[in-house]
Design a protein around this ligand. Structure first.
Ligand code: DCP
Ligand code: CA
Ligand code: CA
Length: 391
């Protein structure tokens, strides 16, 4: 396949959004909550009920509870439902699960952009060679994997760009998988109200209504000059473009800076008695490196004492690696050195231990840089290698 053919390949973007995220995590911790209205709250602390609703499960939503409303109002709405539960947000827990899920998602495609705690875009165009059927299969597997690993449901939308993918994910909620190939973009958009168009807020919607624009279809046909006059010379035409489903915004890949995992030890330790417990972590880190085609130059360990003090130790290697052997040898050595130094144990025994690697480099990066090739060309070369096994 020539580079020209590659460039012309159909773009396929996947949007993944976790369903009623914070509330679903609370249900997973306490499955007996599943049938009851669950409201996750940001208590401001001024009075017992001051603050706002962060999110709610679908049982509570059906009764009228929404993100952002005052807790007092949610209590009123659910007054006839004494089985309702109001829980405080537990950000450390949500962050940990989010991070694990983002690791799964980022292993699907190197073109991965996390946009919030529970949401990411993946550009899978080259992975599936422009085929929507293959992208749909990947999405099904991804949903199954997230359920298996975390018991969580998510909604996935697939489309020719980020805008359509995100709208497709919203459309399929909850636990959805909705695919909009390019030929269906027009009908997909035209069937939805203006309020569903990403990027149109309530104020804009109201102003558009006053201009006689009631649907996405109306907007796509509206006079560009009038839109520019009413909403500004950039924003006006932009609204018209998105109403036609046009969006060239790329999936921006931010280089991951470090990969790490930490566990709570079976027993608090005052010597390196937990070598066996670290093996699954070493294997996982090596897997994640190779899944993302990365090698690491800096090997580090983290220990957290029973007094919750965090200590880090690291070693820099001569050559970057993704080898589980080298990762485990280096980390084990760091742990042994750590316990040799009595000062390190003055703040109590070790409760949690982990490993993290940084100084990450993508395979072949140095070679390609030297040859001055663009990122797109590097991918073409990598793809070529994968299919043919050699240059
Ligand atoms: N969130 C918040 N306050 C808001 C909106 C959201 O604290 N006003 C938090 C709680 C959500 C999480 O962010 O669980 C993700 O936001 P989403 O907008 O994706 O909403 P949910 O995941 O809760 O629901 P949905 O299933 O509709 O995606
Ligand atoms: Ca969500
Ligand atoms: Ca979200």
């Amino acid at each position: 396949m020539s580079i020209d053919n590659k460039t012309a390949m159909q773009r396929i973007v996947m949007a993944v959004d976790l369903d009623y995220f914070f509330a679903q995590l609370e249900e997973i911790r306490r499955p007996e909550l599943k049938q009851r209205p669950v409201v996750v709250c940001v208590f401001s602390g001024r009075t017992e009920t001051s603050g706002a609703v962060s999110t709610a499960n679908y049982v509570a939503r059906r009764l009228g509870v929404k993100s952002g409303i005052p807790i007092v109002l949610a209590k009123k709405v659910l007054a006839g439902h004494p089985e309702s539960v109001f829980l405080p947000v537990d950000h450390p827990h949500y962050d940990t699960v989010s991070e694990r899920i983002m690791q799964i998602l980022s292993s699907i495609s190197p073109q991965f952009e996390q946009v919030s705690i529970d949401e990411a875009f993946l550009d899978v165009s080259s992975t599936v060679r422009g085929k929507f059927d293959a992208a749909t299969e990947i999405a099904q597997k991804l949903k199954a994997e997230i359920i298996q690993e975390e018991k969580l449901t998510c909604s996935i939308g697939i489309g020719p760009n980020k805008l359509i993918a995100k709208m497709a994910a919203d459309h399929g909620k909850p636990n959805g998988l909705f695919v909009v190939p390019p030929e269906n973009v027009g009908s997909f958009l035209n069937d939805q109200p203006l309020s569903k168009l990403i990027g149109i807020g309530t104020k804009t919607e109201k102003k558009m209504e006053d201009l006689g624009i009631k649907t996405i279809h109306d907007l796509s046909k509206f006079d560009t000059d009038v839109l520019a006059r009413e909403f500004g010379k950039n924003l006006g035409p932009h609204f018209k473009r998105i109403a036609k489903g046009i969006d060239d915004d790329p999936v921006i890949t931010r280089q991951v800076e470090q990969i790490g995992r930490i566990i709570t030890l079976k027993n608090d330790a005052s010597s390196f008695s937990f070598e066996d417990e670290m093996i699954p972590l070493y294997l996982d880190i090596a897997d994640r490196l190779s899944a993302q085609k990365l090698k690491a130059k800096v090997m580090g360990i983290i220990v957290i004492t029973s007094q919750l003090k965090i200590k880090n130790r690291a070693n820099t290697l001569d050559i970057p690696t993704d080898s589980v052997d080298i990762i485990s040898k280096t980390a084990n050595c760091l742990f042994q050195q750590f316990f040799k130094n009595d000062e390190n144990l003055q703040e109590g025994k070790i409760r949690r231990a982990g490993v993290k690697v940084s100084g990450l480099e993508r395979y072949g990066e140095i070679d390609e840089k030297e040859r001055g090739k663009s990122e797109a060309q590097i991918r073409t070369l990598t793809d070529f290698l994968q299919t043919d096994g050699s240059f």
